[in-house]
Ligand binder design. Structure first.
Ligand code: SAM
Ligand code: SF4
Length: 464
C-alpha cells in the first residue's frame, strides 16, 4: 500500500497551533505520516485565521499554488479548516471549487469522516457549536517538552474590532478535573511546560457548576509534580483580579510573565473598542502584578489606527507605552473585519496615516525593550533549552521563565532540560548569555502522539 502523508500550514494564534496539533494527531491516528513539504503530500491542510484581512488574501494565494499541484496529481486532497473556513464556507466553494474538504472551528473531530466522504466529491461541514473539545482529540505535539492546553473555547466579550466571537462562538470552559488529568498525562509523557489557552482566561469557569476560578485552576495544576512551568494567554484586563495575581505569585510553577493586552492608551478609543476598562484602571492592574511579582515580564497587544483615532488619542497610546514600560508589544494595524461593530464606525483612517503611527509606536517599543533587556545583563536565569539556535548553530536557544528568548554558548545541554544562564548582552528581541553551573538531565520524554484520555463533551458542565 502506498504511504499516505499530510502537510499542515497553520496561520494565526496559539489556538490555531493547538488545533493543528489535534488535526495532526487525527491524521496519525488514521495511519498518515507527516510530510516535509506540500509537494508530494496526499493531503494538504490549511488551518486558517481571519483576525486580520491579510490572512484572507494569503489563503487564496496559497490555494492557487496548491491547485497547480492538484492539477498534476488529482488524487491529492486539499482541506481548509479554521476561522476563515467558519466565516467563508460559501466563498471558498465559489473561489476555490477544487478544495476537497472544508471544516470549521467547531468540528475538528469530523476530519477523518469528511476526508472519507470527499472520495465521492467535495465535503463541506460547518457547525455552529462545538460538540467535542479539541483537547479531547489525539494530538501530535510539535515539541516533546511543551504542550498547549485549552481551558476554554469561544468568547463572551464584544470588543468592537474583533471577529473571534463570530467564528469561535460563546465561551465554554472545560472542567478543572479534565484539564488536570490532561496535564498529568502530558507530564507523564515528559512535558515540563504547558501554556493554558483561552480567549479570556480570567472568565474561565463562569459557565461551570460551582464557578471555579482561574486562580483555583492554577493552584490545582501547581500541585502536579514534574510540571516545571505554567504559562497562560490571554487574561482580559477587565477580569484580571487580585486572586489571579496571588495565585501567580504563590504557585511555584506559574511563570513570571503576564501578557495583558491593552489595545489602546486613550479612554475614548477604549470606549469605542468596548474594552470595559480605562487607562487608569489598566495601569492599576499592572501595578498590582508588579508589586506582587517584582521581576515579572509584561507584554501586550496594541491596535493602531482604530476608526476615528485622532493624533491626540494616538499620543495617549504612546504615553501609555512609555508609562507601562512593556518588555515587548505585539502591534497591529487596525483591520476592518466583517461581523464586527467597528466595521460600521465612521472615519476609517487612510493606510499612510496608520502606517506612520505604527512605525512611531514600534520604534518607541523597540527602544523600551532594548533598555529592559540590557538591564538584565549580569543576572542569572533558568532557561528551558529548545535546541540549537537558528541564528548560530554553535549556540543553543531557550526561554527564561519570563518568556525571553536567549541564545547561549552550546555546552551540550540537552533539549528539554533547564539550564542556568548568565545574560551577557541584551538586544530588543532576544538576549545572549553563557551557561553557568552544571548541565542538567532532560526529562524522560515519551511519545509526541498523545491519545485522548478524556472523552470531554462541551455539553456538560457538572463535576467541575
Ligand atoms: N482574546 C485576546 C484579548 O482579548 O486580548 C485577543 C485575541 S486576538 C486573537 C489577538 C490580538 O489580535 C488582539 O489582542 C488584537 O490586538 C488583535 N486584533 C484583533 N482584531 C483585530 C483587528 N480587527 N485589527 C487589528 N488587530 C486585531
Ligand atoms: Fe476578541 Fe475581545 Fe474576545 Fe479577545 S476578549 S477574543 S479581543 S472579543
Amino acid at each position: 500500500m502506498t504511504e499516505r502523508t499530510y502537510f499542515i500550514t497553520t496561520y494565526g494564534c496559539q489556538m490555531n497551533e493547538h488545533d493543528s496539533e489535534r488535526l495532526a494527531g487525527m491524521f496519525e491516528a488514521e495511519g498518515y505520516n507527516k510530510a516535509s513539504a506540500p509537494e508530494g503530500a496526499s493531503v494538504v491542510l490549511f488551518n486558517t485565521c481571519c483576525i486580520r484581512e491579510k490572512a484572507d488574501t494569503r489563503l487564496y494565494g496559497q490555494l492557487g499554488h496548491v491547485k497547480a499541484m492538484k492539477d498534476r496529481r488529482p488524487e491529492m486532497k486539499i482541506v481548509v479548516g479554521g476561522c476563515l473556513a467558519q466565516k467563508d464556507q460559501a466563498l471558498i466553494q465559489q473561489k476555490a471549487p477544487y478544495v476537497d474538504v472544508v471544516l470549521g472551528t467547531h468540528n475538528l473531530a469530523s476530519l477523518p469522516r469528511l476526508l472519507r466522504e470527499s472520495d465521492d466529491g467535495p465535503s463541506f461541514e460547518i457547525l455552529e457549536q462545538t460538540e467535542i473539545f479539541p483537547s479531547a482529540l489525539p494530538a501530535r505535539r510539535s515539541s516533546p517538552w511543551h504542550a498547549w492546553v485549552s481551558i476554554s473555547i469561544g468568547c463572551n466579550n464584544a470588543c468592537t474590532f474583533c471577529i473571534v466571537p463570530a467564528v469561535r462562538g460563546k465561551e465554554v470552559s472545560r472542567r478543572v478535573g479534565d484539564i488536570a488529568q490532561e496535564v498529568q498525562g502530558l507530564v507523564d509523557d515528559g512535558v515540563v511546560e504547558v501554556t493554558l489557552l483561552g480567549q479570556n482566561v480570567n472568565s474561565y469557569g463562569r459557565d461551570l457548576d460551582g464557578s471555579p476560578l482561574f486562580a483555583h485552576l492554577l493552584r490545582e495544576l501547581d500541585r502536579i509534580p514534574g510540571l516545571e512551568r505554567v504559562r497562560f494567554t490571554s487574561p482580559h484586563p477587565k477580569d484580571f483580579k487580585a486572586d489571579t495575581v496571588a495565585a501567580m505569585a504563590e504557585c511555584r510553577s506559574v511563570c513570571e510573565h503576564i501578557h495583558l493586552p491593552v489595545q489602546a492608551g486613550s479612554d475614548a478609543v477604549l470606549k469605542r473598542m468596548k474594552r470595559a476598562y480605562s487607562r487608569a484602571r489598566y495601569l492599576e492592574k499592572l501595578e498590582m502584578v508588579r508589586t506582587a511579582i517584582p521581576d515579572v515580564a509584561v507584554t501586550t497587544d496594541i491596535i493602531v489606527g482604530f476608526p476615528g483615532e485622532t493624533e491626540d488619542e494616538f499620543q495617549d497610546t504612546l504615553s501609555l507605552v512609555s508609562e507601562a514600560c512593556y518588555d515587548a508589544a505585539y502591534t497591529f494595524q487596525y483591520s476592518s473585519r466583517p461581523m464586527t461593530a467597528a466595521a460600521d464606525l465612521p472615519d476609517h483612517l487612510p493606510k499612510e496615516v496608520v502606517q506612520e503611527r505604527f512605525d512611531r509606536l514600534t520604534a518607541l517599543q523597540t527602544d523600551i525593550s532594548l533598555d529592559r533587556n540590557r538591564a538584565l545583563v549580569g543576572s542569572q536565569h533558568e532557561v528551558l533549552v529548545e535546541g540549537p539556535s537558528k541564528k548560530d548553530v554553535g549556540k543553543l536557544t531557550g526561554r527564561t521563565r519570563s518568556n525571553k528568548l536567549v541564545h547561549f554558548d552550546n555546552d551540550g545541554s540537552p533539549t528539554g532540560s533547564l539550564r542556568t544562564v548568565e545574560i551577557t548582552v541584551g538586544h530588543p528581541h532576544f538576549l545572549e548569555g553563557r551557561p553557568v553551573g552544571e548541565v542538567s538531565e532532560p526529562p524522560a520524554t515519551g511519545a509526541r502522539l498523545t491519545l485522548p484520555m478524556v472523552a470531554a463533551s462541551t455539553g456538560c458542565s457538572s463535576c467541575a
